[in-house]
Design a protein around this ligand. Structure first.
Ligand SMILES: [Zn+2]
Length: 466
């Protein structure tokens, strides 16, 4: 039985989709004006894993994500670079998709650009005007939050509390309430614009999501995800827009929010110099490190990024690699019997139970590591049969369809002369039984990215994937 923590009710609820075995899910996508950072990576890894798990459970998931390709930040950055906002947006959209590919995030069914849905956006603004939820002032069309009586039900804020938190972009003295937000912004000279019945302009940020979801899912759908800093005002505004138009509630049955990622306990900010882009991370580390690092924590909890934690994650990956290498490539001494490894069905059900409980990945991972250490124990005592080994590998393959960090294609690397020299030197010491010296060289080689393994046919090298 699948249970999800729903931000709307602040409770774990039994999951029931609108239509049996069909899930419509929307997750807020990027604003494409810069490279994505590891905080974004966390959010998108989280929803990638969630989607893949739901698909493993035989749900037909339509995973929709928007791409904000028009907004103030894009216009400002494009001006600085002396290129058109459209060119800037397309360039960074490409970079975003490249990053997603490197991270093996490939579960999104459709990416929908805001500017490809102007017609749908205008239609929503029109209906909000007609129903009396929106009004026009000098610089655009605004949503009157005092008209929507459920305003604040997601973030649990009142209209008055909303006033202090509004974005400065929407600041205008003509607004009816300070918390009112812009639906359609009239364009200034030289800014991108689209014709509309209200005047040339461009969409506000919140309206693009509801226009896109209405087009693909209709008035109501199953899951809306995003990082938790989007709860207010963004997701609150989405509810206000869609439920005012449709007069149906809830717009979304389950709201899932992923936790923050801090760097050394601080919020990531360019001014603090602790801003880590996905690109930067991948220069020094394999993408699988980031996947495991994210999966180790419950999706709702905060994560603190620290070098130490990344090193620890790499060690865990090494452990997994060594185990897989062992059972795959080394001769198993134990005879195959009809008796199957008793532990495996237990681990399988533990895994599913943990994932069904609001996607408790740390708990699910713990059972995987338990299986690996048990497998190691049996292997080292010559008690692991080839049937057991095969079953374990199949189980790991199955869960890797969800996690995507276990079986990783190793880049082919040429072994440098320097490394080969170190290996030869180490062999000399070994023959002289100078174990300490040999071991020091082994460590030196490991630092350069290679494991030395001593086999009957002499030393063998294996690349460390980090
Ligand atoms: Zn959004």
């Amino acid at each position: 039985m699948l249970k999800l923590y729903n931000t709307l009710s602040r409770k774990k609820e039994i999951f029931r989709s609108k239509k049996a075995k069909k899930i419509n899910m929307f997750v807020c996508g990027p604003t494409v004006y810069d490279f994505s950072h590891i905080g974004h990576a966390r959010t998108y890894i989280v929803f990638d894993v969630i989607t893949k798990y739901l698909r493993e459970k035989k749900f037909d998931v339509f995973y929709l994500q928007n791409v904000t390709d028009i907004d103030d930040k894009i216009i400002k950055r494009a001006k600085e670079r002396k290129i058109s906002p459209q060119k800037l947006a397309r360039d960074f959209e490409k970079e975003y998709l490249k990053d997603m590919k490197s991270l093996k995030i490939d579960s999104v069914t459709k990416y929908a650009r805001a500017t490809d849905h102007i017609k749908e956006i205008i239609s929503q603004v029109k209906r909000l005007l007609k129903k009396g939820y929106a009004y026009q002032i000098k610089d655009g069309i605004y949503y009157d939050i005092s008209k929507f009586k459920d305003y604040g039900k997601l973030s649990r804020r009142t209209v008055l509390q909303a006033e202090d938190a509004v974005s400065r972009i929407d600041e205008t003295k003509e607004k009816r309430n300070k918390g009112d937000f812009c639906l359609w912004k009239f364009s200034k000279l030289g800014e991108p614009k689209w014709p509309s019945p209200f005047g040339h302009g461009r969409p506000g940020w919140h309206i693009e999501d509801t226009a896109i979801t209405e087009k693909y899912f209709g008035f109501q759908y199953d899951i809306h995800g995003g990082a938790r800093d989007l709860i207010f005002p963004h997701h609150e505004a989405e509810i206000a827009q869609m439920e005012a138009i449709s007069k149906r509630k809830p717009m979304v049955r389950y709201w899932l929010h992923s936790g923050f990622l801090t760097v050394k306990s601080q919020k990531m900010a360019k001014s603090l110099g602790n801003f880590i882009t996905i690109r930067d991370f991948l220069k020094k580390n394999s993408a699988r490190v980031l996947r495991l690092f994210v999966i180790k924590t419950l999706y709702q909890s905060p994560i603190d990024y620290q070098e130490r934690a990344i090193l620890q994650t790499k060690r865990e990956l090494e452990k997994i690699d060594e185990f897989i290498d062992k059972v795959k490539n080394q001769k198993l001494k134990a005879k195959t019997t009809n008796k199957k490894l008793k532990l495996l069905p237990k681990i399988e059900s533990e895994f599913e139970k943990a994932m069904d409980d609001n996607f408790n990945t740390p708990k699910a991972l713990a059972s995987v590591f338990h299986l690996i250490s048990r497998g190691n124990y049996l292997f080292d005592r010559g008690k692991l049969t080839s049937t057991d080994a095969k079953d374990i590998l199949n189980f790991l393959k199955k869960i890797d369809k969800v996690f995507g960090f276990i079986f990783w294609k190793k880049p082919k690397e040429k072994i440098s002369e320097k490394i080969l020299k170190l290996v030869k030197e180490r062999e000399k010491y070994r023959k002289l039984k100078k174990w300490k010296e040999a071991d020091n060289l082994r460590k030196k080689i490991k630092k350069q990215g290679w494991w030395v393994k001593d086999t009957k046919k002499g030393p063998k090298l294996k690349a460390i994937i980090n």
